[in-house]
Design a binder for this molecule. Structure first.
Ligand code: TXA
Ligand code: MG
Length: 359
């Protein structure tokens, strides 16, 4: 089900921060494409999304096919107006309104009971629906142009890191979707926090930029899915997508924990051993530690003291290691606090939970 042609358009704003005429026309055209059942990738503040009409079962099926994604993995419905929440969800508890008030527009997704109008194809067969109101101006303009309800997973081929640039989308999906809107690099770089508000207390199904501490500030109590940092033998993750080995680089990724010196000397011993066997090695380091390593490819993910920069660098770095065919990749570990929880959740998944303690 390949489309022959994917139209790629860069969206620009003028000095006043308004879309220029061509960009407005492109967004209107993309809106029509989605309304009519086609697919268009677009930037959000978290990662690029692949949008289709949330009310059309066919559009959701096309999304699964374009990504090569299993169809039991539900999509997030993106809205542009908080009042539209009531058009896709029912029995909305007060805490959902409190979270929407606090964090929308922004990188938070709420799981609620779905309305009958939302097709099962969009929710991967579930009776619940995930809803998000993003803050990116291109996303908001496109959602409005498309009629208000856009189902959008991350715009990567299934199993690849989420796209933080339009070029990543083009790499994975050219020829498989109708349009790509290029709005430049995304800001956050890691997907939205998902909170299930059908349970009491609400539960974090996927950590993101909106942290547990921030959620506690609004909700008081919040649970965390027990599988976020380690797979559980008898427990499946509650967000169906979290059970798949997403973000897996082609090379073997190994996370090393411990004191700075112990970590670097362990990694350097390993990269030397691999080099003797002719294996290409890589290290994911920070601005503070990059100088400590010996390897074929050493990449700086961000400033280790500012984990939001690490979040923003993560997916681009995993793609870059793939492009350079690195076989053994060693990564430092990060504190599971604030946005660090989201970073470690993604990094651990990418590593298939391989963690080594250096001492
Ligand atoms: O930041 C984001 O959320 C990005 C941008 C494009 O908005 N979207 C995104 O979508 O990350 P996706 O499809 O790559 O991830 C959605 C996750 C999956 O793990 C899926 O299983 C989970 O949300 N999910 C969706 N609907 C759900 C539901 N009703 N119940 C539980 N989990 C759900
Ligand atoms: Mg995804």
């Amino acid at each position: 089900m390949e489309n022959s042609k994917t139209t790629y358009i860069a969206i620009k704003t003028d000095e006043a921060g308004q879309f220029d005429q061509e960009s407005l026309a492109a967004i209107a055209r993309a809106g029509r494409v989605i309304k009519d059942g086609g697919l268009c990738a677009f930037p959000t503040e978290t990662v690029y999304g692949l949008g289709g009409n949330a009310f059309l079962a066919d559009a959701s099926e096309k999304i699964y096919a374009a990504k090569g994604r299993p169809s039991d993995n539900p999509l997030i419905v993106h809205i542009a107006d908080p009042a539209d929440l009531e058009k896709v969800a029912r029995e909305i508890p007060p805490c959902a309104y409190a979270l929407a008030e606090a964090f929308w527009p922004g990188p938070l997704t709420l799981v609620l009971k779905k309305k009958a109008e939302v097709p099962k194809e969009t929710t991967g067969g579930l009776e619940t629906v995930a809803v998000r109101l993003p803050s990116h101006p291109v996303a908001l303009a496109l959602i409005r142009a498309a009629g208000g309800f856009v189902a959008a997973p991350s715009a990567n081929a299934s199993g690849r890191p989420s796209p933080t640039l339009a070029a990543h989308v083009a790499e994975d999906l050219t020829g498989r979707i109708d349009m790509i809107l290029d709005g430049g690099p995304v800001g956050i770089g890691i997907e939205s926090t998902i909170v299930d508000v059908t349970t009491s207390p609400p539960e974090i199904l996927r950590p993101g930029f909106v942290t547990k501490e921030m959620l506690q500030g609004v909700l008081g109590q919040v649970k965390e899915d027990e599988t976020l940092f380690a797979p559980q033998a008898d427990l499946a993750p509650r967000a169906p997508g979290m059970k798949y080995r997403h973000y897996a680089p082609k090379g073997q990724l190994i996370i090393v924990e411990g004191k700075k010196e112990a970590v670097s000397s362990y990694i350097n011993r390993r990269t030397q051993a691999h080099a003797l066997k002719g294996e290409k090695t890589g290290v994911i380091a920070t601005e503070q530690t990059a100088d400590l390593y010996f390897a074929d490819v050493i990449k700086t993910i961000g400033d280790g003291q500012r984990l939001e920069t690490v979040a923003a660098g993560l997916y681009g770095i995993l793609r870059a290691f793939d492009a350079e065919d690195v076989e053994k990749i060693y990564a430092e570990s990060f504190a599971r606090e604030g946005i660090g929880s989201a970073v470690m959740n993604r990094l651990l998944k990418a590593a298939g939970y391989q963690v080594i303690q250096a001492d």
